[in-house]
Ligand binder design. Structure first.
Ligand SMILES: [Zn+2]
Length: 216
């Protein structure tokens, strides 16, 4: 909601008092919204810092790998390891991307950011990547079910952080004049989103590995 909304312009003497009522109503809504956002943020921060949450996220081993650099899974349709699928621009302004293999297989959803585009491709080629080779989250020595458990905890952690950042950006923009909150940067927000994307990919990979290892 725009805080500058001032109601209709009646253009007669009573207009200013009516206008004031609109402004006051609008300010009240604005304050109520803000309070709601602040409360929500407090609740999420409490969960993020709770003992219970720390126990679930045994080790947040994000490692030093850049989350925007996503390895490309090999194609499940043709299985060509050496000929990697390529990223192709489907729209110039704003830029939109899709992954295309030499066999014509494509990622299903067109994406704005290159790292998301690779994750889209990876999501439909789960057999083309081993979760133990993920350079994030420290999964290399874990069994499929231990890895899945770790990622489940990390997922909650990332979702909490993503939501907190969203709320802080919202509160920060609404209270720019008082400087109540430092607005988290967009790149930081995108990094958390990328980590979450990796984590969801990892959850799919470990689920598949778990199912495969359950089979006799
Ligand atoms: Zn292919």
């Amino acid at each position: 909601m725009q805080s500058s909304f001032a109601g209709p312009d009646f253009g007669v003497p009573i207009a200013s008092s009516i206008k004031r009522v609109f402004v006051e109503m609008n300010d009240r809504d604005h304050e109520k919204d803000l309070d709601f956002l602040r409360q929500k943020r407090r609740a999420l921060l409490e969960e993020l810092h709770s003992d219970e949450h720390y126990e679930n996220v045994e080790a947040i081993a994000f490692g030093s790998h850049d989350p925007f650099d996503v390895p490309v899974a090999s194609c499940e349709a043709c299985g060509r390891q050496r000929l990697q699928p390529r990223m192709s621009r489907v729209k110039d302004k704003p830029a939109r991307w899709v992954m295309v293999c030499h066999c014509e297989r494509k990622s299903k959803v067109i994406r704005k950011r290159p790292w998301e585009t690779v994750l889209e491709w990876n999501a439909i080629n789960l057999a083309g990547f081993n979760y133990q080779e993920m350079p994030l989250f420290g999964l290399s020595k874990l069994s499929p079910s231990d890895a899945h458990k770790r990622l489940t905890g990390i997922r909650r952690n990332l979702e909490l952080r993503k939501n907190i950042i969203g709320l802080e950006r919202n509160i920060g923009q609404r209270t720019r004049d008082t400087g109540e909150m430092e607005v988290p940067g967009k790149t930081f927000q995108e990094r958390i989103e990328a980590y979450l994307g990796w984590c969801l990919w990892g959850l799919r990979l470990t689920k598949l590995a778990k199912n495969n290892s359950d089979q006799p």
